[in-house]
Write a protein that binds this ligand. Structure first.
Ligand SMILES: [Ca+2]
Length: 231
């Protein structure tokens, strides 16, 4: 996968290790597992009990003392902010020193982020998104937005519903999603108008890291800026 996507992820997650979180992971996970805040509608304590169990099993796998580890308020750890279950499923020893260290080994963290995306079906060479405009005469935006970020439409059905593709997008094979990105109140200023892109399966794969189209677009934009600055 392109280096700039991994660069975008680690930048958005921790500013390249500058802020990996300062909560003791043991405390964060135990609190969310057994004393989940009562205010949110969805009680996710079962999820965090599972994460706590996986976290405690990391000691056997890595030899790291779980009481020493610090992370986010939700128990995400290291340069790429992996939850314990992701560490166990997707983290790899990419520098070959015999252990997986997502805190101190940028090489392990980079390889592990790449392995995460590979596991979620990253398609080599496929762009993440294309520009899209609208043919107002046949636009059915409601239908286009109905599947949300799940790529559903063939380029033909996408265009039949009034989304206009250009250039490389016209020869794209595979499903697309209309991604709507809100920029504030459009009534307050034209600068706040929604931004739209045609998201591919790879755009969707990025949202498996964090389930938000804003997150995915931030990762893509940051990676592209870093790549441009390096030229
Ligand atoms: Ca290693």
């Amino acid at each position: 996968m392109p280096a700039e996507i991994i660069v975008g992820i680690i930048g958005v997650e921790t500013i390249y290790g500058r802020d990996m979180g300062n909560f003791r992971v043991m405390d964060a996970l135990a609190t969310l597992a057994f004393d989940f805040p009562k205010t949110p509608k969805r009680d996710r304590s079962a999820f965090f009990r599972d994460e706590l169990e996986q976290f405690l099993s990391l000691k056997n796998r890595t030899g790291i003392d779980p009481l020493q580890l610090r992370g986010s308020y939700a128990g995400a750890m290291g340069l790429g902010q992996f939850m314990p279950s992701s560490w166990i499923k997707y983290a790899i020893d990419f520098d070959g020193d015999g252990k997986v260290d997502l805190f101190n080994s940028p090489v392990d963290a980079i390889g592990s982020v790449a392995n995460y995306f590979k596991s979620f079906g990253w398609k080599t060479g496929q762009p993440t998104h294309y520009p899209v405009s609208f043919d107002t005469a046949k636009l059915d935006k409601e239908a286009l937005l109905a599947p949300d970020i799940l790529p559903t439409f063939s380029p033909e059905s996408f265009q039949a519903k009034g989304a206009v593709l250009t250039g490389a997008a016209l020869s794209h094979t595979g499903p697309l999603a209309l991604i709507e990105l809100q920029n504030g109140d459009p009534a307050a200023s034209p600068a706040n108008a929604q931004h739209y892109v045609a998201g591919t399966e790879n755009f969707y794969v990025i949202t498996r890291y964090n389930w938000s189209s804003y997150y995915a677009m931030s990762v893509i934009d940051l990676g592209a800026e870093v790549k441009a600055a390096m030229r």
